[in-house]
Ligand binder design. Structure first.
Ligand SMILES: Cc1cc2nc3c(=O)[nH]c(=O)nc-3n(C[C@H](O)[C@H](O)[C@H](O)COP(=O)(O)OP(=O)(O)OC[C@H]3O[C@@H](n4cnc5c(N)ncnc54)[C@H](O)[C@@H]3O)c2cc1C
Length: 414
């Protein structure tokens, strides 16, 4: 039977993208978001070729590319006087003929939000916080209990229950849907001892000092990443910090960190810091991404560190698989058991690809005592170096292909 409604909890990138795809396929969607607008914090900015395939399917790729840009490539460097390149890879076209594209997450969110609001069968409810869900073993529809924000006149303070065929938790790392399904402290995996600080900064010298669009610095103390994220000269600088420091302590240490590792050793009067966000970093994945009529996707289901941009990339691949599964059920080409395949496949991809690769991406930045040791011992660096040294090799190697994070669910249709 065609689906009469899907409730998506969380208007982050995964919830918005899923809402858009489902609505375009004729499935009515209610998107419930606890905040009163989109999140502005500095988070994802780089989307791989595989994510571009989903953007194309949702009809937003042209706008993402027009507002963003295609970075030239990425290098790994020493923190010496000349910031010498250890290895580099070019950003060449990957799956679907797409290249990695860069656009700050809140701008991607604005594109998605505008498109969702144009769909007759999709509605976004801001200020709607989900506080409870039905029991997965209950027969019939799934439901969520929401508390509405705002004044009494605006309907604030009211609690209501909403029903749907399925409820999808796209409600991020602190997911209420996940907590209600498995318990508050159940999210298997671990938190790194190290923490990171993500900043957005304008610092003119970064555009003229010979940096690539993106680079990682290998150093036991001052490991960091510098990436251009807007064409107006906005850079993302993300650096590692010791664990256990408070927000105020991290904020106080920031000027000294920049002075120690940015080119030109700038004092705060030389740059404009526009965002400062410390993050704890996790490698975690749930034991089930579907329980009855309740389904999890993206950060609500799994987390990884941001080095290498596999977080949302994995989340977008979840959305692609879940979209296909729900469309299969809606059109009668699949039954509900396809969601068990979704659960199994998405967790397998996290465990065998996303978790190990993202873990190595972060660890190689600080685990070696110096870059020479890293070049000698790290298999990824050795592989890129060998590619560069091949007779036809240029200054930078072509990026080695990543195993695919996408999974085509239509192969399980009847
Ligand atoms: C510094 C940094 C850099 C990153 N860079 C990259 C990158 O370059 N590439 C990449 O792929 N990934 C990157 N990531 C990861 C990426 O940002 C996340 O994976 C992504 O934002 C997750 O999207 P999401 O939609 O699952 O969750 P979120 O973006 O967290 O959205 C969840 C939404 O749910 C809402 N919500 C929560 N609880 C409720 C509730 N009870 N009721 C209603 N609404 C609720 C929240 O308000 C929020 O709007 C980075 C992360 C960080 C921290």
């Amino acid at each position: 039977m065609p689906l009469s409604k899907v409730i998506i909890v969380g208007a982050g990138p995964s919830g918005l993208l899923l809402a858009l795809l489902l609505a375009k396929a004729g499935i009515p969607v209610d998107l419930l978001e606890q905040a009163t607008g989109l999140d502005n914090n500095p988070r994802a900015s780089h989307y791989t070729a595989e994510s571009c395939i989903e953007f194309e399917r949702a009809g937003i790729l042209d706008e993402v590319c027009a507002q963003g840009f295609i970075p030239d490539g990425v290098s790994w460097r020493r923190l010496d006087q000349d910031k010498t390149i250890m290895v580099a890879v070019r950003n060449t076209p990957g799956p679907g003929g797409h290249s990695m594209v860069c656009l700050p997450l809140h701008r991607l969110g604005m594109i998605l939000e505008r498109k969702v609001l144009k769909q007759d069968n999709a509605r976004i409810f801001y200020g709607y916080k989900v506080v409870d869900i039905g029991r997965p073993e209950e027969e019939g529809k799934a439901w969520v209990k929401v508390e509405r924000k705002g004044t009494e006149d605006e309907g604030g303070g009211v609690t209501e229950v909403r029903e749907a065929d399925y409820v999808v938790g796209c409600d991020g790392a602190n997911s209420t849907i996940r907590r209600r399904l498995f318990g508050d402290d159940v999210f298997p995996g671990y938190t790194w001892d190290e923490q990171i600080v993500a900043t957005n900064v304008y610092y003119d010298y970064l555009g003229s000092c010979g940096y690539d669009d993106s680079q990682f610095f290998v150093h036991p103390e001052h490991w960091h990443m510098v990436a251009r994220i807007q064409t107006d000269g906005l850079y993302r600088v993300t650096y590692g910090e010791v664990g256990g420091l408070t927000y105020d302590q991290l904020k106080e240490r920031q000027p000294a960190k920049f002075q120690a590792f940015l080119p030109g050793n700038p004092t705060p009067d030389k740059y404009k810091l526009v965002n400062f966000s410390p993050y704890k970093v996790h490698q975690r994945c749930v034991d089930k991404m579907r329980v009855g009529r309740y389904i999890l996707a993206a950060d609500a289901a799994h987390l990884c560190n941001p080095f290498g941009g596999m977080g949302l990339t994995g989340g977008i691949a979840d959305v692609g698989s879940l979209y296909e599964s729900l469309v299969g059920i809606h059109t009668g080409q699949a039954d509900d058991s396809i969601l068990d395949v979704y659960d199994e496949v998405r967790r397998r991809i996290w465990a065998t690809i996303i978790n190990p690769i993202s873990t190595d991406n972060m660890r190689r930045l600080f685990q070696y005592s110096d870059p020479d040791e890293a070049m000698e011992k790290d298999s990824f660096f050795r592989m890129i170096k060998e590619m560069q040294e091949r007779p036809a090799g240029a200054e930078a190697a072509t990026k080695p292909g990543l195993p695919s994070l996408r999974y085509d669910m239509t192969q399980h249709f009847r």
